[in-house]
Design a protein. Structure first.
Length: 478
């Protein structure tokens, strides 16, 4: 019996990405494994393992497959990146709570490769906090870190098939029975998932969004004309939303992957505003990861794509402002913020559905982030406080992110008691929502407050934050 193809996660590692692209090209050429193996003179059993990321091809095999599939060197270039992979799994095993549960050190995107993996923040011996991937079954057997897993742990990007897709497809098709259509049903579902994310955080919505992308792909097989285009537009929107969920989980590699897919899909729709929005989101993600090379370039690209004086042009200019601050250019950053402030009234009347959350508080948040990046901690802390007061209701998780960043700014301004107090509020939101962005900011705060660790408020915050972490400990493996 043929082995069921893995649900590959190309963002996890270059090896996974190579297997994914190999399978995509083979399917595009309508070739079976045996047919491609014969054409490329590669062992059939090895080829299946290449696609499942269970085995690495030799350079010669990669070149033969590239030629057989007419990939024009793409497969060979991707193969060369496999050797450049950094830190996918630590050389030395790390253990938690005197158990034999192995952890793979790294970022959240380097999670376990099966559906049972979860990522949680871990305190190392040196006091630093990193995200680690661990096996859910082993975690439950030992009872280790359950508080952390419940509070801020998130499922790994390598989700197994939930089994829900066939039922969701039937439900979408049945929408006509109550006067709706599959497209309208899926639009309503997306709005509900967005509301769920705003209130409860990403881990509750992520699998449902992945499932619905599969639902849309299934419905597109039989759709025609306008329905097919509308489904492709929805697939783009779900892909962008999935990227956002991964971004909030603190997984930039998966977030970048899904933004790239959304950009690719948006091109087939022909909706310039949608493509512009995705490009602006790429700039935002670059800012979140402090990518000094790409952030301004991506923001400027989005502005070139946008309609003049449109809301999306203003959104992109906002991200550009933060990019200039990351690069240390205070004048350019402030000039961009002034442009955004002046454009807000006109942007509010733009009919596009994208970037409707752009308002004065959002702009001031980005100005405060820029001030913090420039080392102007006092001004940044005041800016965050003002912007948070201006925020509308309903942004529970985002408020937590900005409170955590305000706390970091206060620590930089040498106001440890205030920083710790606000950090405690942000920690409660992190526990409510499982937001990796909040947890990452609180890890920065935890480190920044070390000089004042004997101050009561600081000690209370650091103990509370420490309680949601798993901990590295020495374990005898013999």
């Amino acid at each position: 019996m043929a082995q069921k193809p893995n649900d590959l996660t190309p963002w996890v590692s270059p090896l996974h990405n190579w297997g994914f692209e190999l399978r995509e090209l083979r399917n595009l050429r309508d070739l079976s494994l045996r047919a491609l193996a014969k054409r490329a003179m590669v062992d059939h059993a090895h080829l299946g393992r290449f696609e499942r990321a269970e085995r690495m091809a030799t350079r010669e095999q990669a070149a033969q497959l590239d030629l057989a599939l007419g990939a024009n060197g793409m497969l060979l270039r991707l193969w060369e990146r496999i050797g450049d992979e950094r830190g996918h799994v630590a050389n030395s095993p790390v253990h938690v709570a005197k158990s034999s549960v192995d952890l793979a050190l790294g970022l959240p995107d380097q999670a376990a490769s099966d559906g049972e993996g979860i990522s949680v923040p871990c305190r190392l011996h040196d006091g630093s906090v990193v995200w680690v991937a661990l096996d859910r079954r082993a975690l439950l057997r030992t009872g280790v870190g359950l508080g952390a897993a419940a509070a801020v742990g998130a499922g790994s990007p390598a989700f197994a098939d939930s089994g829900a897709v066939p039922g969701l497809v039937r439900k979408a098709r049945a929408a006509s029975a109550y006067g709706s259509t599959p497209v309208e049903h899926l639009r309503r579902t997306r709005r509900l998932l967005i509301d769920n994310d705003n209130l409860l955080g990403p881990r509750h919505a992520l699998q449902a969004v992945r499932d619905h992308i599969q639902v849309i792909q299934e419905l597109r097989r039989e759709a025609k004309g306008v329905d097919r285009r509308d489904l492709m537009e929805l697939q783009t929107q779900y892909g962008e939303f999935l990227s956002w969920l991964y971004q909030d989980m603190g997984n930039p590699k998966a977030a970048s992957y899904w933004l790239d897919r959304a950009m690719q899909w948006s091109q087939t729709v022909g909706d310039t505003d949608l493509s512009t929005y995705v490009m602006a989101r790429k700039a935002q993600l670059a800012g979140d990861t402090a990518d000094l090379v790409d952030v301004v370039d991506l923001a400027e690209a989005a502005q070139r794509m946008a309609r003049p004086r449109s809301r999306l042009a203003t959104v992109a200019r906002t991200y550009e402002a933060y990019g200039h601050a990351l690069r240390g250019d205070a004048d350019e950053s402030e000039r961009a913020i002034d442009d955004v402030r002046n454009a807000l009234d006109g942007a509010a009347s733009d009919p596009t559905p994208w970037g409707v959350w752009l308002n004065a508080s959002y702009v001031e948040i980005h100005r405060a982030q820029g001030l913090e990046a420039l080392g102007k901690h006092d001004q940044a802390a005041d800016g965050f406080a003002t912007a948070i007061r201006m925020m509308p209701e309903g942004y529970h998780r985002d408020r937590g992110v900005y409170m955590a960043r305000q706390a970091v700014a206060l620590a930089g301004a040498r106001a440890p008691e205030q920083a710790a107090t606000i950090g405690m509020h942000a920690l409660m939101v992190a526990e409510d929502t499982g937001s990796g962005r909040i947890t990452n900011e609180l890890a920065r705060l935890d480190k920044a407050l070390i000089p004042w660790q004997r101050v009561p408020e600081v000690a209370e915050f650091r103990a509370a934050f420490d309680s949601i972490l798993v901990h590295e400990t020495e374990t005898d493996l013999t």
